[in-house]
Design a protein around this ligand. Structure first.
Ligand code: PLP
Length: 439
């Protein structure tokens, strides 16, 4: 049963991976022999399949080892900081390299006349993945660019109030501070103490700051410091009740946990595709609700700043279209695994390592691990070590790469597996934490 499901699944992945490696508009342009090399790489996959329940694959380590082999992970260093930025599956890396080589044959021709033709199909596919309209989605380079476009593009005036929170990402906090400094807007900061607050307490903390004179509410959907998922929709509903608009920072939630962007209550939204989607480094998405596009200035000027066309946010000048087009292969990879299975596996991995260490008297999981409150990203603290000391021990003694968090009221080492991490890898982490705690 299980092996049949596995074969079905991997065949699906092989098929999905193989079809869009070169968009049809490019096939006439290239003579690269990529198909044969992929057939070889994926040769272990049996052609027979009879269907089945893919969710049963969550615990199938053989399957996930094969997914691991579709990446190019370091065999020595165990990378448990996938929250920072994620590696790309080999099909994404090779697509990027192929497109990049092609561009270098005649850059202005292949970039602007050939690869650029792929932007509209890509927009449609990204919008489908995001549960939004293609007319509301633009391709940018990262969350910082997406959200700073919004923060600096909003028509706010001196004295206008904006609600932010103590756990927002520094780039966003700094952008708001710069607007406050430059334009005299007033920031009202919600103080969150996580994971100690319930959803009701979080919503109430926002409610206290969302007074009738507030114009914008900035919501970080999944807090990068400790993995906590905020009740974005409930906070957004409060904002909308008083006529304020919402910005949602989806850097850590997109392609990690499943949702449609409009369901978060977001008027404006930004994310990076080089995190959980595993697209090339330097790829992101901006979403603006259709009727708000005309009122938002682009960060980099376009011919008509008041245009209601989402494409005005893509006036970014010369950049790598190879990077942008290879987002398509990352979408294929996401679909081949399936967002539901991916999320379930990430929950499973979190539960696996946190359950193994959580009862140790000197080890503390400082994230609410319930599936509604967090997914893959969690922080851990061991008595006797500062987060920096613990992170450094994990690296020097065990070659486990993590990131140490000492920010606002959040302390711990952040552990972020991705789908190419298997239980064997987490056993190395579990042993390291136990040995260090017992030392
Ligand atoms: C919550 C949050 N917002 C924004 C960003 C910025 O992302 P990028 O560096 O891809 O622009 C990050 C990066 O980790 C983040 O965690």
């Amino acid at each position: 049963m299980k092996s049949t499901q596995r074969r079905t699944f991997l065949r699906k992945l092989a098929t999905a991976s193989a079809i869009p490696l070169v968009p049809s508009f490019l096939k006439m342009e290239t003579n690269l022999n990529w198909i044969e090399s992929y057939k070889e790489q994926l040769g272990f996959i049996s052609p027979s399949h009879t269907g089945g329940n893919s969710m049963a694959l969550v615990e199938d380590e053989t399957f996930w080892y094969q997914i691991k082999n579709m990446y190019a992970c370091s065999p020595g260093l165990l990378n448990l900081n996938n929250g920072g930025v994620s590696p790309q599956p080999i099909i994404v890396q090779e697509a990027f390299e192929r497109y990049n080589r092609l561009c270098n044959e005649a850059p202005s021709y292949y970039m602007w006349r050939v690869l650029d033709q792929g932007r509209e199909p890509l927009r449609t596919r990204l919008a489908t993945l995001a549960g939004a309209s293609p007319e509301e989605v633009a391709v940018v380079r990262n969350t910082s660019e997406a959200l700073e476009t919004i923060i600096f593009g909003l028509r706010l005036k001196r004295g206008d109030k904006v609600v932010v929170c103590n756990l927002d990402y520094p780039n966003m906090a700094n952008a708001w501070k710069q607007r406050a400094h430059r334009d005299g807007i007033i920031l009202k900061e919600v103080q969150l103490d996580l994971p100690n607050m319930t959803n009701d307490q979080i919503v109430n903390a926002f409610a206290e700051q969302i007074t009738p004179d507030v114009k914008i509410v900035h919501i970080t959907h999944l807090i990068n410091w400790n993995g906590h998922i905020l009740p974005s929709r409930r906070i957004a509903d409060l904002a909308h009740e008083i006529g304020a608009q919402t910005i949602v920072d989806g850097a850590h939630s997109f392609a990690h946990i499943q949702y449609n962007i409009p369901d978060l209550g977001a008027d404006y939204y930004g994310t990076s595709l080089h995190k959980w989607l595993c697209a090339p480094f330097g790829t992101g998405l901006i979403y603006v609700k259709k009727d708000l596009i005309a009122g938002l200035y682009p960060l980099l000027a376009s011919p008509d700043p008041e245009s209601p066309d989402i494409r005005k946010f893509e006036n970014l000048g010369t950049r790598s279209f190879a990077i942008e087009q290879a987002i398509g292969q990352a979408i294929d990879f996401q679909y081949a695994i399936g967002s539901a299975l991916k999320q379930a596996r990430l929950q499973y991995l979190k539960k696996y390592w946190t359950d193994a260490v959580k009862d140790h008297p000197r080890i503390h999981i400082n994230t609410d691990t319930s599936p509604e409150r967090s997914c893959a990203l969690c922080i851990v603290d061991v008595d006797g070590y500062t987060p920096t000391e613990l992170g450094s021990k994990l690296h020097t003694d065990y070659k486990i790469h993590t990131t140490s968090i000492e920010y606002s009221n959040v302390l711990g080492v952040r552990i972020t597996p991705h789908i190419y991490i298997v239980k064997d890898d987490l056993d190395r982490l579990i042993e390291a934490l136990q040995v260090l705690a017992d030392a």
